[in-house]
Design a protein around this ligand. Structure first.
Ligand code: UDP
Length: 328
């Protein structure tokens, strides 16, 4: 069934590719983004962009009504672990307070379905790996705590009225579609940084610590292709349409260390990637690897691009076509 979907943060990395794929799947889409991090050029042609904040209740209500929206996908957030440890107040304001205001606007406009862009960061330091949804949620950084706080608001709200929600706990998004990709300023994520070093636009890379309890001492993450991640949102919209709610992990079920990523990028690009060993970054768990079997079972979702080389190759191709990223 076709839906009319408001995508907050639809000019950002995962948002832009989800918008592209939602529109491709026949849904009507409108984007709300304040362009603090997103890019106008990242919004698919023909999709309306409203420039504004999710905390602006009157604006959100107007957009919901004017576009006859029935479902919201909520990406707009601050999303950097390191920054969250330095600016906790800003993170609670953007991710929790503004999120709560979005829910108020939805309630007032009678929109009762939401897909939330959550994070593996809600789990903290895992006790068991791979991590399933029943693993205790004890965040070790501010970012993860804000995502968990918003999930709790969703849970209480859904218990008190007819709100339905799907919360998607992403592991590490990577890659690009043909038209849209990753352009953060400044860039802090491992794969784009590694590729900038390969391209010669960044002199070198610092690996954040080799004294973790992992085979090579560097942190292990579960990288998931952004196209697969986006498709899970479309599956979630369909699940909400069937009256279902739930919380799902999205990952590959496989972990790669920082050094594995550098090796894979070297083989994909054929370039030298000089790196030096640096200090640990605050708030980094040693090993985050997902079990996504619940999403497979209940959303009917499976990753179509599970190979790290595929994701790095897609990101490298996108960078080649968009040197310097999106035009401003
Ligand atoms: N990382 C690194 N050097 C960098 C950027 C990231 O060693 O310049 C490490 C980081 O400590 C983490 C992994 O790469 O273990 C992935 O980090 P990223 O910021 O991409 O994603 P996160 O896991 O924080 O969501």
């Amino acid at each position: 069934m076709s839906s009319s979907v408001l995508v907050t943060g639809g000019a950002g990395y995962i948002g832009s590719i989800t918008v592209e794929r939602l529109a491709g799947a026949g849904h009507r889409v409108v984007v709300l983004d304040d362009l603090s991090k997103g890019h106008r050029a990242a919004v698919a042609p023909g999709v309306p962009l409203v420039v504004g904040g999710v905390g602006d209740v009157e604006l959100v209500k107007r957009v919901l009504r004017e576009h006859d929206v029935d479902s919201v996908i909520h990406f707009a957030a601050m999303s950097l672990v390191g920054e969250s440890m330095e600016r906790p107040g800003d993170y609670y304001e953007a991710n929790v307070v503004h999120g709560a205001r979005l829910l108020m606007a939805m309630a007032e406009a009678g929109v009762r379905k939401i897909v939330f862009s959550s994070s593996a960061g809600v789990y903290g330091e895992p006790e068991t790996v791979p991590i399933s949804e029943s693993h205790p949620a004890r965040p070790v950084n501010v970012y993860g705590d804000t995502k968990l706080a918003f999930e709790r608001i969703l849970e209480w709200q859904a218990a008190s009225d007819d709100l339905r929600y799907v919360s998607l706990r992403y592991f590490n998004a990577a890659g690009a579609s043909e038209k849209f990709g990753e352009d953060h300023r400044p860039e802090t994520h491992l794969i784009p940084i590694v590729l900038e070093v390969a391209a010669g636009t960044r002199p070198e890379l610092a690996v954040f610590g080799d004294d973790y309890e992992t085979p090579d001492g560097t942190c292990i993450r579960d990288y998931i292709d952004v196209r697969d991640l986006s498709d899970a949102h479309i599956a979630a919209i369909d699940a909400l349409g069937r009256g279902e709610s739930g919380i799902y992990n999205l990952g590959n079920g496989e972990g790669w260390s920082v050094l594995n990523v550098i090796d894979a990028a070297r083989s994909v690009t054929g370039k030298e990637i000089p790196w030096k060993m640096g200090r640990r970054r605050a708030g980094d768990p040693a090993r985050l690897v997902a079990s996504s079997s619940l999403a497979e079972k209940e959303l009917g979702w499976t990753p179509e691009h599970p190979e790290l080389e595929d994701m790095i190759g897609a990101a490298w191709d996108w960078m080649g076509r968009h040197p310097g990223g999106y035009p401003e």
